[in-house]
Design a protein around this ligand. Structure first.
Ligand SMILES: CC(C)(COP(=O)(O)OP(=O)(O)OC[C@H]1O[C@@H](n2cnc3c(N)ncnc32)[C@H](O)[C@@H]1OP(=O)(O)O)[C@@H](O)C(=O)NCCC(=O)NCCS
Length: 176
């Protein structure tokens, strides 16, 4: 059992690698029942297809690469970013991205989401990202609360794949 997060415990963001070990861990967390319920494609991932998807879609040039958040030398969360277009039909730009967070099942409910999201904001700002968007299913109360507490503003409700989605946005000031 992991202890609740306290501010003196250091959270470190480290790049995920395009290797099999990281892909397997990410897939395992993604297939956890709570994560499946929170995701838009609710089917569990299967290895061969996920391994292909991981290598082709997770490490794009126009978007920050995925990260693990580590605490006490354990991988405690996974963060993935996707490039976003300003308007529908525009090219995605490196200055704005979508964020998704998955806290490792054994680390959930310990107050980690907000400090991990805050650290991710600093990281993205340093990478030159101005705007971060999060899409959250309306019944995902822990996620909605975490994004608001981490400084995201509610932007409205959209329908995605027939599911009602709450959109949150955080603007990051540009570092000179
Ligand atoms: C959603 C998720 C990121 C939240 O992270 P977490 O570390 O478990 O959450 P925390 O312990 O930091 O709690 C965040 C807040 O939500 C509250 N919360 C937790 N579970 C809750 C629930 N079931 N209902 C309502 N609020 C809840 C907590 O009390 C806390 O609020 P507080 O600070 O006012 O006490 C994590 O549970 C997760 O990865 N879930 C699976 C994947 C997922 O849903 N990702 C987000 C998709 S956008």
């Amino acid at each position: 059992m992991h202890a609740p997060y306290t501010p003196e415990r250091k959270i470190e963001l480290v790049p995920a690698k395009p290797n099999e070990a990281d892909a397997r861990l990410i897939m395992e967390w993604r297939n956890d029942p709570v994560s499946l319920e929170a995701s838009f494609g609710q089917k569990p991932k299967v290895w061969e297809a996920f391994w292909e998807e991981f290598r082709s879609d997770y490490f794009l040039e126009n978007c920050p690469h995925p990260l693990f958040a580590r605490i006490d030398d354990s991988n405690a969360a996974f963060l993935r970013f996707r490039p976003l277009a300003v308007e529908d039909g525009d090219e995605p730009r490196a200055t704005q991205c979508d964020i998704s967070i998955n806290i490792a099942p054994e680390f959930r409910g310990r107050g980690l989401a907000v400090p991990v999201l805050e650290q991710a904001s600093k990281y993205l700002q340093a990478q030159g990202v101005y705007t971060v968007i999060a899409e959250v299913k309306s019944h995902n109360f822990a996620s909605k609360k975490a994004f608001l507490k981490a400084g995201y503003a509610f932007r409205g409700v959209q329908s995605k794949k027939g599911v009602s989605v709450m959109v949150y946005q955080k603007n990051l000031s540009v570092t000179s």
